[in-house]
Design a protein around this ligand. Structure first.
Ligand code: FAD
Length: 554
């Protein structure tokens, strides 16, 4: 009997996981994986750390070799092989051996496209100068390392302050380079809300990274030696030893588009929930496809390794006759920035507002908290700043963002899973999580987030947000200790410490709304609980003074 032929284009995250899964489900299929690059199944996520010498050996980046695929799985890998066209009518592809230049055809019963995404390289003067790099492949990282060594580089400009830009910043700092980040948005990490990105920016500035926000690069020029002059739209110029372009990626859709497969509005290959394209014999997975955001319902391109791997597995399942479905994404991500960690799951407030979903009508609420990552009495605890967005009507969790030093991603992972289970803030309140003092608290930050949000929904806590503060109308009450108040306060705030509140209540006007704040929002909540029972119209500012500082430019 003729063997079923599965051809896979792209042999990294999505392609390799599809190939291996297909073999686990069928010992009889013939599986061939093509990649135009030199490697299969390599760890692109490790590349910045290879540049920074954290990962010392290039071989460590190779998760599997063609030899391993052949011997362990009987999967044939053809490297340096470009898939040029898909002939859908005859179920075959045309490929080119980049070594010999020979082209030939291979026929398929099922074809899987996992061609990834390519770094965006905007057309502008000087863009092709030596010393300007993108980072996607092992050779890219090798070239960056060689350039730095050869030119004894002391300075780099990173264009784009997203996660690859920040990971490269961290690693170049490790190599002793000074770094400037140019970012067209007013903040780094544009997927975070600005007040959550503020600590990240603080960390960068602390390590002497120069941030050029609200700036775009308009061109580059060479200086006769290896150095490059970077020109910004403001007229500023910066001379540097190398430039890393990390302004995003674009799905690799050429092959699919040329074959007449449906492309979505967001520029990725259109697939159904079984990862099948508009051709019933062709599947597509990974960075090249459009996926549905489970919260907003909108299609988008989310270039992350986890979804690519899962989609590869799903495509294999479906090809082998199983009814597997991809649930969609919520963009759960984490990035390390020097000593800080930022993680998030689900859409930011900014994204929800841009999508017109926030006020539809007054649908979502948010809370901020800054609990310790583990019990304060156990040495070494550090704060986590957490923002939780939830549905006002039923308490369903929409998204979360967190920044801190320890335990950040663990909290986001728990909330991510809660979102996938359609859980509510009441579920977070009740969540049973592991605890010992060095790892967490009896009331874990996840529980606390649930409790605070549940208090809001039950009407026990009336909260306000700094962005809504109208100082002419509101009596602003600072309930911290005087020593804290003296170190810094919000202009116009009246300091009555929580412990003195009852005896000094007469100093607080009853004919005006009162907003209370403390350092993180806990004491101000106690104050609000007490004063509301004496007839005050009072709200507590969520996240307290720490969130205020993240909201302001101070
Ligand atoms: P890829 O892994 O890009 O593989 C596509 C392959 O297809 C490539 O090898 C390409 O050469 C080949 N190809 C394309 N077209 C053809 C063709 N016509 N013929 C033959 N071969 C072809 N994600 C995370 O979740 N966490 C991280 O920390 C993280 N860090 C990252 C750091 C860096 C520097 C980079 C570049 C990416 C990072 N990612 C991270 C993203 C993650 O690596 C991708 O989401 C994932 O690799 C996508 O898998 P894929 O199979 O779709 O594409």
């Amino acid at each position: 009997m003729r063997k079923r032929r599965i051809l896979i284009v792209g042999g990294v995250a999505g392609g390799a996981s599809c190939a291996a899964r297909a073999r686990r489900l069928s010992e009889t299929a013939e599986i061939i994986m093509f990649d135009r690059g030199d490697y299969v199944s390599f760890a692109n996520c490790g590349l910045p750390y290879y540049v920074g010498n954290v990962i010392k050996k290039e071989e460590s980046l190779l998760m599997a070799t063609p030899e391993l695929f052949r011997r362990r799985f009987e999967i044939e890998v053809r490297l340096q092989t470009d898939v040029l066209t898909i002939d859908r009518e005859n179920n075959r592809i045309q490929v080119k051996d980049l070594g010999s230049g020979e082209t030939y055809h291979e026929s398929y019963d099922a074809l899987v496209l996992s061609p990834g995404a390519s770094p965006i390289k905007p057309q502008m003067p000087g863009i092709d100068l030596p010393g300007i790099f993108s980072l996607r492949t092992i050779p890219d990282s090798r070239h960056i390392k060689a350039w730095i060594t050869r030119n004894q580089a002391k300075h780099a400009v990173i264009v784009g302050g997203g996660y690859i830009g920040l990971e490269m910043t961290e690693n170049l700092l490790k190599l002793g380079l000074a770094v400037t980040i140019v970012e067209m948005q007013p903040q780094v990490m544009p997927l975070l809300d600005p007040e959550m990105a503020a600590p990240v920016q603080g960390e960068l500035v602390k390590h002497k990274v120069v941030l050029r926000l609200n700036e775009t690069v308009v061109g580059f020029s060479g200086n006769g030696d290896h150095s490059i002059t970077v020109k910004l739209n403001s007229g500023l110029t910066e001379v540097t030893d190398l430039v890393i372009l990390s302004i995003g990626v674009r799905p690799e859709i050429q092959l699919a588009r040329d074959a007449g497969l449906k492309i979505g509005q967001r520029g990725g290959i259109r697939v159904d929930e079984h990862m099948r394209t508009s051709d019933e014999k062709i599947w597509a997975v990974g960075d090249a496809v459009e996926v549905k955001d489970v919260i907003t319902g909108q299609m988008g391109v989310i270039p992350l390794a986890g979804p690519a791997n899962r989609q590869g597995r799903i495509a294999a399942d479906v090809i082998m006759g199983r009814d597997a479905k991809f649930r969609g994404v919520q963009g759960t991500s984490v990035v390390g920035i020097i000593d800080l960690v930022a993680a998030f799951t689900g859409p930011s407030e900014k994204t929800l507002r841009q999508a017109g979903l926030w006020d539809e009508p007054a649908r979502y609420e948010k809370i901020y908290l800054h609990p310790a990552d583990h019990a304060g009495y156990y040495p070494g605890s550090t704060p986590i700043s957490l923002k939780l967005i939830f549905d006002k009507n039923d308490g369903r969790i929409i998204s979360a963002q967190a920044v801190g030093r320890e335990g950040v991603e663990k909290r986001i992972d728990v909330i991510s899973m809660a979102i996938q289970q359609n859980a509510t803030v009441f579920d977070l309140e009740e969540a049973e999580l592991c605890y010992a003092p060095q790892f967490g608290s009896a009331k874990d930050p996840v529980n606390l987030a649930g409790m605070i949000a549940a208090n809001v929904l039950r009407g026990d806590a009336h909260i306000a947000h700094w962005s809504e503060l109208d100082k002419d109308r509101i009596f602003l009450l600072d309930v911290r200790d005087p020593s804290e108040y003296k170190k810094g306060c919000v202009e116009g705030a009246v300091n009555i410490p929580l412990n003195d509140l009852r005896p000094r209540m007469a100093e607080i006007p009853k004919d005006q709304p009162v907003w209370s704040y403390c350092l993180v929002g806990q004491r101000s909540y106690y104050a609000a609980r007490a004063l509301s029972q004496y007839g005050y119209e009072i709200k507590s500012l969520s996240g307290g003074y720490i969130t205020y500082l993240s909201n302001s430019d101070d």
